[in-house]
Design a protein around this ligand. Sequence first.
Ligand code: SF4
Length: 208
Amino acid sequence: MENISLSALQHYAFCPRQCALIHNEQAWAENFLTAQGRALHERVDSGEPETRKGVRFERSVHVAAEKLGLSGILDMVEHDIQTGRLKPVEYKRGKPKPEPFDEIQLCAQAMCLEEMTGQSVSEGALWYMQTRHRVPVAFSDGLRVQTLDVIRKVRELLDSGITPPPEYGKRCKACSLVEICQPQLLERDRSKGYVAGLFGYSILFWGN
Ligand code: SF4
């Protein structure tokens, strides 16, 4: 079983079509938001490991968890030298969201660390650039169940090799793949096909 990239979970949460375009069709484009996010991660990644007040801060930590079928790079892992406790920390460009997408991504990171080290990882943190705020995240049983469910859905999507059709929505305005995806155009074509199917003939006859 080939490992899924941790970033696929984030892309799936944003839009399953975006996930399939990036991870199955290798489509990629950068916009202002992705450039800002990349710059933030480069800044975090460029720091050397350091130790402060008994905590070692490891940056750009590579993980590969075969049982979970996930791999990727973690922004930071805090290692409490006295207790040995590990805490993943993920840096985000925006602000906290109503949906638990960021928490799910962080929980998947924690589960990778657990599989690799054999020790339990009970909490982590999300740091948001826009609000300059650190939000602690507890990896509850409920969050773990949600995370496993998203991992399963991403695997099903990528294994199917099928890219879902677009669903134009508010998120498309922030999507770097909007030019490649063409959601409005494809949706219009789909509804044309649907109407043609209803009436049993091609509406191409009608022109645009
Ligand atoms: S443009 Fe919209 S439908 Fe297309 S991949 Fe992006 S978010 Fe999804």
